[in-house]
Ligand binder design. Structure first.
Ligand SMILES: [Zn+2]
Length: 265
């Protein structure tokens, strides 16, 4: 009698099949180790140390040289193969209350270790759901002029590395076209080169981009008889997980996606 039957479980895991399934059906993604930036202290006391008369803020630093003000840094990029499913296909997790529509569930092979706060980036473009609403020239408006936004006068910041435009329109119903009015060059910048919304006007852009996902919960560890079955990871789109984003670009905002991909191990 096999060991599985002893425990009342007639079918054992076949690891070669499991690994092959991820390899064959999975997608290549970029995994980066994500951790708090030095400008984002968690320790309340550390955040209250006085420097002269100035009390250090507990919030992140505008235009921080490391994180651009988002509060997290991402390091050690590498390519991994992972299976991704929509959380909507796993209704039990929605009903348990920790996930919401739009989240993703990622499975990786045994031996690939991710942790809470890490970042996953798709290597293929998808449409950013709902698009993005942007204030034209936000980096040049009032207090932002005193900050290091890393943006030129004809540039605005996008949430993701852009691939191509789907549609763009401003608050006065003017429609703008990619190539003629603005350029998306694979970075997180929309560059205005033709007719453009007036400074301070709001416009909305739907575009295809290389989506980024934050591991917003510590991954589930799956083990069976002292063997690692590979982690199950809950992931949330970056702009939803880190909502209080600063208007500044980060040091990597102007790096086209293909350059990021080439820097991966
Ligand atoms: Zn920082």
């Amino acid at each position: 009698m096999g060991r599985g039957a002893d425990r009342g479980l007639g079918v054992d895991f076949t690891f070669s099949l499991q690994k092959g399934f991820v390899d064959n059906r999975g997608e290549t993604m970029i995994h980066e180790v994500g951790l708090r930036c030095v400008c984002n202290p968690e320790d309340l006391h550390a955040g209250q140390v006085k420097h002269g008369d100035q009390v250090l803020r507990r919030r992140t630093k505008y235009g921080c040289d490391k994180c651009g003000g988002e509060g997290y840094i991402y390091r050690k990029p590498r390519r991994i193969i992972a299976l991704l499913t929509s959380v909507r296909l796993q209704k039990n997790q929605l009903e348990m209350g920790w996930a919401m529509p739009g989240d993703g569930i990622v499975s990786v092979k045994p031996g690939i270790e991710l942790s809470g706060g890490d970042l996953l980036t798709f290597t293929w473009p998808e449409i950013v759901p709902d698009g993005q609403v942007i204030i034209r020239g936000a980096a040049q408006i009032s207090d932002n002029l005193t900050r290091k936004t890393r943006l030129e006068a004809n540039e605005d910041l996008l949430q993701y590395n852009a691939d191509s435009s789907v549609y763009c329109e401003d608050e006065d119903n003017n429609v703008y076209n990619s190539g003629a009015d603005f350029i998306l060059d694979g970075s997180k910048i929309i560059k205005w080169v033709g007719s453009k919304p007036h400074q301070g006007k709001v416009y909305t852009l739907k575009y295809k981009a290389f989506l980024e996902w934050v591991v917003f919960l510590p991954p589930d560890i799956r083990r069976d008889r002292d063997r690692d079955l590979g982690q199950r990871i809950a992931a949330r789109k970056r702009h939803v997980a880190l909502v209080n984003k600063d208007p500044s670009g980060s040091p990597s905002s102007k790096t086209p996606f293909c350059d990021r991909l080439q820097s991966c191990a």
